[in-house]
Design a protein around this ligand. Structure first.
Ligand code: NAD
Length: 483
């Protein structure tokens, strides 16, 4: 199986290759096959991408917003028309089952392009009466924005960053994760086909050093990273050094709280989605499932029976519900956490092992009787491993849910409407769900608090993160000088 792109990088509307850059492969984690070979960007390639972006941005920002929006809207239509091909590409790059990529990746990217296409022309400033004088504000583009992606939702991440950046008049240089380099290149071609002028969306490949070189370049006005907390600390510090705007979408260890009056079947379904979708490789996953002691046994019984029926296997078969982890390294990390959970005395309810010898498959795994101090309850595993913890009352569970450095997301299941809002109000998380989990429509702002990040993607909130305000004071009378 091959998915070799025309070249490693897409810059100024052209395919660019520089074999002097370190070689790396895109590997299909279901079989270990190499699907594409690429080269990391050299300093010359990075410079070319930033120069192309800087050159194209000014004219783009000066265009009527409705025109910018029209191009993005066209790109959304192309993405949807090619959804199947793009989904196969994403499946080869990530190993996620086609059943998921068909609905969650290019589809979500298209939603972002469509949403921000419509948003572009609605952006206005304020007029501020000051008596005799007045002031007004202009919403201006920031300039060249750098996007750096993680490997779990490569196309979605590229679109969630590029769509608002471009809609509001910026240019973007995007570096996908070195594990999943392919779909961002496809996006570059599609944007060009939709009419995006050359240089406004550039893709450069490489590891962390390429990301770091982009972040430190003085031509860059803003950095948006989706990645782990350790990387976030480095990138945020480097952005601060250059006084650049930054959005950090980082990791989590989110709580999902199931009260005794919850609809148990829905709660079980949500807990499974919150731990097993994308083989558990989702930043906002509810990996600490707090279940009220009164319903714990019933919950675990239903959960074990449903988890045991998850269809794991060939990601390209649309009947498959769970694929492999993204890489051998990620699989080994997850298996180590499972071993640690067993060693720490958590009770294995189901799963707990690798599946087969070929590919990076791990069984959907549930641990019960997990304590807050266990490593599997504290660290982000990023695999199909659910930790179930018992609780007795509301104050206790809120305190325990908040006792983490992370604050990306949280969920509450209860039929008591007052309790639902009261609890959500006290949870330290950027995104919360009541009687739902992990739904992230583009209309809703998304992002974290505490170590899980700063800034928000999507929704009206994205405007704050891809534009700046210029204030203009308008003197309407004589200048009142004391000299
Ligand atoms: P990672 O932090 O290892 O890498 C993320 C990206 O940063 C990659 O493109 C990588 O090449 C780049 N990078 C690494 N070091 C860098 C440096 N010093 N300077 C600049 N760039 C650098 O993360 P990952 O393993 O690819 O992704 C998994 C992580 O991403 C998890 O922690 C997950 O929770 C998080 N994530 C967060 C969100 C969110 O929206 N909050 C979404 C998806 C994934």
């Amino acid at each position: 199986m091959r998915a070799q792109p025309k070249a490693s990088h897409f810059i100024g509307g052209q395919w660019v290759e520089d074999p002097a850059g370190a070689g790396f492969d895109s590997i299909y984690p279901a079989t270990g096959e190499v699907v594409a070979r690429l080269h990391a960007a050299t300093p010359a390639v990075i410079d070319r991408a930033l120069a192309a972006a800087a050159e194209a941005q000014k004219d783009w920002a000066a265009r009527p917003p409705v025109e910018r929006g029209r191009i993005l809207r066209r790109a959304a239509d192309i993405l949807r028309a090619r959804n199947r091909d793009l989904s196969v590409l994403e499946t080869l790059d990530t190993g996620k089952p086609l059943q998921e990529t068909l609905v969650a990746d290019a589809a979500s990217g298209a939603d972002a392009l469509e949403y921000f296409a419509g948003f572009a022309a609605t952006v206005t400033g304020q007029t501020i009466p000051l008596g005799r004088d007045m002031a007004y504000t202009l919403r201006e583009a920031l300039g060249v924005c750098v996007g750096i992606g993680a490997w779990n939702y490569p196309m979605q991440i590229a679109c969630w960053k590029a769509a608002p950046a471009l809609a509001f008049g910026n240019a973007m240089v995007f570096k996908p994760s070195e594990m999943t380099p392919l779909s961002a290149l496809a996006l570059g071609e599609i944007l060009q086909e939709a009419g995006l002028p050359d240089g406004l969306f550039n893709v450069v490949q490489g590891m962390g050093d390429v990301g770091a070189a982009l972040v430190t370049d003085p031509r860059v006005a803003k950095v948006s990273l989706t990645g782990s907390v350790p990387t976030g600390r480095k990138v945020y510090a480097s952005a601060a050094e250059g006084i650049k705007a930054a959005t950090m979408e980082l990791g989590g260890k989110s709580p999902l709280i199931l009260f005794e009056d919850a609809d148990l079947d829905n709660a079980v379904g949500a807990a499974m989605l919150a731990n097993f979708y994308s083989a558990g490789q989702i930043c906002s996953n509810g990996t600490r499932v707090f279940v009220h002691r009164a319903v714990k046994d019933a919950f675990l019984e239903k959960l074990a029976s449903r988890a045991g029926r998850i269809v794991l296997g060939d990601p390209l078969d649309e009947g498959t519900q769970m694929g492999p982890l993204v890489s051998d390294g990620q699989m080994r990390k997850v298996l180590d956490y499972i071993a640690q959970g067993k060693a720490e005395g958590a009770r294995l309810v189901c799963g707990g092992a690798r599946v087969g010898e070929l590919g990076c498959f791990v069984q959907p795994t549930v641990f019960a009787d997990v304590r807050d101090d266990m490593v599997i309850a504290r660290e982000e595993i990023f695999g199909p491993v659910m930790a179930v913890l018992d609780f007795d009352d509301e104050d206790e569970v809120i305190a325990r849910a908040n006792a983490t450095e992370y604050g990306l997301a949280a969920g509450v299941f209860t039929r008591d409407i007052s309790r639902a809002h009261r609890v959500v109000g006290r949870l330290e998380a950027g995104t919360c769900w009541i009687n739902a989990y992990n739904l992230t429509p583009v209309e809703m702002p998304f992002g974290g608090v505490k170590a899980s990040g700063v800034g928000r993607e999507n929704g009206h909130a994205a405007l704050e993160h891809y534009t700046r305000i210029k204030s203009v004071y308008l003197g309407l009378g004589d200048v009142d000088a004391p000299y």
